[in-house]
Design a protein around this ligand. Structure first.
Ligand code: ZN
Length: 171
């Protein structure tokens, strides 16, 4: 289940494609060197260091690739499997930066998407909605719509869950 890449409430210093920075493809979090950085999704670690991003980690899985730039330290090895919420590194000021911060980005279907929107759409909204809508005895159409939504939100999840109707007549 996707999680926040840095302690919730950490100040955002630059958002995704703002008016003043239309080419900024991620979210910048104010973070002093050594701040803990966590995997936002479950998947496979890819190291992607370059001059601009500095010490960088990407995680491919759950339908997206997430990225964490300007790190001071990596705590996972290239190719490692991680779960969302795992500690993966420490923030820093490597690469092309004016000061310490953590640049977080999300790539979906080959395009950068807004990380803040992605975090909101996958962390808090989907699961509570599922439990409030999908109850024992829920009928066909409602269940189908919900399942389609969940499949979209969690493409990597194993969808072998069966819903037992209360009585045969509910089918
Ligand atoms: Zn940035």
């Amino acid at each position: 289940m996707p999680t926040h890449p840095i302690a919730p409430g950490t100040r955002v210093t630059s958002g995704f494609r703002t008016k003043s920075r239309p080419d900024h493809d991620g979210t910048d979090y104010a973070a002093k060197v050594g701040t803990k950085v966590y995997a936002a999704n479950s998947g496979t670690v890819e190291w992607r260091t370059n001059e601009r991003a500095g010490t960088n980690i990407q995680i491919a899985g759950e339908g997206v690739t997430t990225g964490y730039s300007h790190l001071s330290k990596r705590l996972v090895s290239d190719g490692a499997k991680v779960k969302a919420g795992d500690l993966i590194g420490l923030s820093g000021a490597t690469g092309n930066v004016t000061g310490p911060h953590m640049h977080f980005y999300v790539i979906k279907a080959g395009k950068f998407i807004n990380p803040t929107t992605w975090l909101k759409s996958t962390t808090s909204s989907t699961k509570p909605k599922a439990s409030s809508v999908l109850k024992e005895g829920s009928k066909g159409e409602k269940v189908r719509i919900l399942q389609a939504g969940l499949r979209k939100a969690y493409p990597a999840y194993r969808w072998n869950v069966s819903v037992k109707p209360r009585k045969p007549a509910d089918r």
